[in-house]
Design a protein around this ligand. Structure first.
Ligand SMILES: [Zn+2]
Ligand SMILES: [Zn+2]
Length: 336
């Protein structure tokens, strides 16, 4: 009789990562009875699960977006829960408010699932903490050596310079509603910009949620109900979909900016009619990916999504076993 090979206790599937001895899924893209969620972006957190384990901030974010789950378990960074024989803990991923890497320990083996992560300082969320592991399951959204994000301060300086050069107009910044918008605002505050910042209505609730969780975004005002003349010389934040929308016609002579790692790619900026591309990413760039792998020193790397080819090759050259998982439904466009 042929020997049947025992599958690993962590099973990657196109719609999520299944942890067999815990009978739970990480970031499943379809409703399941038990889910562990790394962070609130729509391609990781879905509605309709039964029991959910996540950080308190992530639960607040998904509650705002989808309402409540049947059975919610808030787990603070660093705390451990037992699911069956598996010890589960959450550690900061530095991606957006509440974002976590999930560490799983079972019978002497440690696996870390990063979700999305970055290493750059971000005043709107807790910094990434490297966690040593045997198997490191990572994203690779910007997993090509050509992707090296510039210093954030330089991009923020460009935004402030454009605003100063345009006192009769305004600068309209497209940024995703969860994470990027709040980060750009917090970076502006760190750079000393104290004027009110104006918000498209679609950003108001998430900005308020960040405020409730102790992220000081300074004075924010709604665009709605503000006279055109009062918007002159202002920085205005809106979701990317609003940049080319009728909505922007109410603004005085806007210069269109967008904050995303994808602004590195000139064609993407042009496609969207972006005049001021700001390369501000919430994902690790090539150096951050490879430095992090060196730091956590795993014997295996599994890549969930993104540009995996070059990273697999890099791992091979560094004697680390690596495989691509080809997870479906990870929407890198939404995040950048
Ligand atoms: Zn994300
Ligand atoms: Zn993602």
């Amino acid at each position: 009789m042929a020997m049947s090979s025992t599958p690993h206790w962590i099973e990657p599937h196109p719609h999520g990562i299944y942890i067999r001895p815990a009978d739970a899924w990480i970031d499943p893209s379809r409703p399941v009875s038990r889910a562990l969620i790394t962070h609130g972006h729509a391609d990781h957190a879905r509605g309709g699960h039964g029991a959910v384990w996540a950080t308190p901030e992530t639960l607040a974010i998904v509650n705002l977006r989808y309402g409540r789950y049947a059975d919610e378990h808030a787990v603070d960074y660093g705390d451990t829960r037992s699911l069956g024989e598996v010890a589960v803990s959450f550690h900061p991923a530095g991606h957006v408010l509440g974002s976590a890497q999930i560490r799983l320990q079972y019978r002497g083996e440690t696996v870390v699932v990063t979700g999305d992560f970055k290493r750059r300082p971000d005043p709107s969320c807790a910094p990434f903490e490297p966690v040593a592991c045997d198997i490191f399951i990572t994203e690779a959204t910007f997993g090509l050596p050509v992707f090296r994000h510039p210093p954030t301060g330089e991009e923020i300086a460009k935004l402030l310079a454009m605003r100063a050069a345009n006192p009769q107009g305004c600068v309209l910044v497209g940024a995703y509603a969860l994470g990027k918008a709040q980060r750009v605002i917090a970076e502006l505050r760190d750079a000393g910009f104290a004027d009110p910042i104006y918000l498209h209505g679609a950003l108001e609730k998430m900005c308020a949620l960040y405020g409730d969780h102790g992220v000081d975004l300074g004075e924010l005002r709604p665009v709605a109900g503000t006279d055109k003349a009062d918007l002159m010389g202002r920085i205005i934040m809106a979701p990317p979909s609003a940049l080319a929308d009728r909505w922007s016609r109410r603004l005085p002579d806007p210069v269109t900016a967008m904050a995303s790692g994808w602004m590195r790619v000139r064609a993407r900026a042009q496609q969207r009619g972006v005049e001021l591309p700001l390369i501000i990413s919430d994902h690790a760039d090539w150096d951050e990916l490879t430095d992090t792998i060196r730091e956590v020193s795993p014997s295996q790397v599994w890549v969930t999504h993104g540009r995996e080819e070059a990273l697999l090759r890099w791992c091979e050259l560094h004697q680390i076993k690596a495989r691509a998982l080809a997870m479906v439904g990870r929407d890198e466009e939404e995040e950048g």
